[in-house]
Design a protein around this ligand. Structure first.
Ligand code: NAD
Length: 272
């Protein structure tokens, strides 16, 4: 498994398994299947309502705790210093873990204007050794700049919507300049039109790989961390089977021309 090194030296797998929209009871078999297929990073969130099911799968898997990188996220209603501490405790308890690998602020919710206080609690949780790395999700450069200016601590990761149809060059550049790893959510464009795009299809045919595998390979080669989601065992397997081929530069560039600049998800400046 390819890995990336975060800004505090913690090592994170470059490909993981996302569980958004997977009900709690279904998260256990899905995460079990992913661990069996070789995934060693799981991305959940308090808002997904499946931290318990995810934690159960990890506990029952027989895989050593230190070999699985677990990410969860603080939900919007829990912003603020004290609320963050409480939300973190609740997430850890549901996951059944003593220490979390990565804690992310799910959305900046700028109208609430308290993500800096939230971040101060994150910094403290990390100092206390309760979480190995701290980061954010859906942060725009202006939000990141504020965090860094007001606390002096840059996030290790910024998890953002990112796929060939929505590439966020500006956010990726800001992340790179500040040593923040870019993690792509909805890396497959939620399995929509992207996977039938003629450019993607042509490259897939040339490699004898699927469209999803080609898109994941594009992410890996441009340095993104990816967390594709599926509950179908054959697709769970397919989405990790991306380390036996390489796209030549011309194909990476061809995929990079597909940007349409339009989001699937909400605009982080507007979501509260
Ligand atoms: P995704 O791009 O991973 O697409 C998943 C969908 O694509 C599946 O439901 C399925 O319909 C299809 N699919 C999966 N594998 C396939 C394959 N091999 N062939 C064909 N179709 C396939 O979308 P996602 O679930 O939105 O994003 C992945 C993860 O990112 C989530 O599970 C979650 O962990 C995270 N996420 C985070 C945020 C955030 O705000 N931080 C938002 C959305 C998602």
């Amino acid at each position: 498994m390819n890995t990336v090194k975060l800004n505090n030296g913690v090592v994170m797998p470059q490909l993981g398994f996302g569980v958004w929209q997977v009900p709690d009871a279904e998260a256990t078999p899905a995460v079990a299947e992913a661990l069996k297929a070789g995934y060693r990073s799981i991305d959940t969130a308090a808002a997904y309502g499946n931290e318990a099911g995810t934690g159960a799968a990890i506990a029952q898997s027989g895989v050593d705790r230190d070999e699985v990188f677990v990410t969860t996220k603080l939900w919007n209603d829990d912003h603020g210093f004290d609320a963050t501490k409480r939300a973190f405790d609740a997430s850890l308890q549901k996951l059944g873990l003593d220490v979390l690998d990565l804690y992310l602020i799910h959305w900046p919710t700028p109208a609430r204007d308290n993500f800096v206080d939230t971040w101060k609690a994150f910094v403290e949780l990390q100092k206390e050794g309760r979480v190995r790395a701290i980061g954010v999700s859906n942060f725009q450069p202006a939000h990141l700049k504020r965090l860094i200016d007001e606390t002096g601590v840059a996030p290790a990761v910024n998890q953002i919507e990112l796929h060939p149809y929505f590439q966020q060059a500006d956010v990726r550049a800001f992340n790179a300049e500040h040593g923040i790893v870019t993690e792509a959510w909805s890396p497959l464009g939620q399995g929509g039109e992207l996977l039938t795009d003629p450019v993607v299809q042509k490259i897939a045919l040339a490699h004898g790989k699927s469209a999803a595998q080609v898109v994941l390979r594009w992410h890996l080669q441009i340095g993104n961390v990816v967390i594709p989601k599926s509950v179908t065992p054959s697709r769970i397997q397919e989405n990790i089977d991306v380390f036996d081929f390489e796209l030549p530069d011309a194909e990476v560039e061809a995929l990079s021309t597909l940007d349409r600049g339009g989001r699937i998800g909400p605009n982080p400046d507007e979501l509260n």
